[in-house]
Ligand binder design. Sequence first.
Ligand code: ZN
Length: 141
Amino acid sequence: MDKVRIQIGKVWIECECESVKESMAKITEYSTVYGQKACGMCGSENIYPEHRTDAEGNNYYSMRCGDCPAQFSFGQTKAGGVLFPRREDPNGNKIPNNGWYDWRERVASKERYDTSLQQPPQQQQPEQRQYEQPPRESTPF
Ligand SMILES: [Zn+2]
């Protein structure tokens, strides 16, 4: 068992891994989330992870900006529930601002980026259909 310790963005990740391959898989997933350096809409570095659970127990993961209403959504692979960045809308069009969007506009237009069955890069299906909820108050970390 190897121990790997690496800084990704603002956080230190320490994981125990059986192999280099396993460490790469873990570090890649952590980097997907914590490697986000700044808001794609306003450029602020005051961004923080947000996890929500709806009444049916579905989980939603995103990064939020503390200085504007921008949100960046992550999908989940069907196999293993690995988070992946959603940079395309349900029609396969690139989301402007490198995947960051104003969640209020999406809710208002009912054009919700995280409702899709979008294919993640590894050709795996996201775990489930997702929909947007108005976010609750969150505390930046
Ligand atoms: Zn912002």
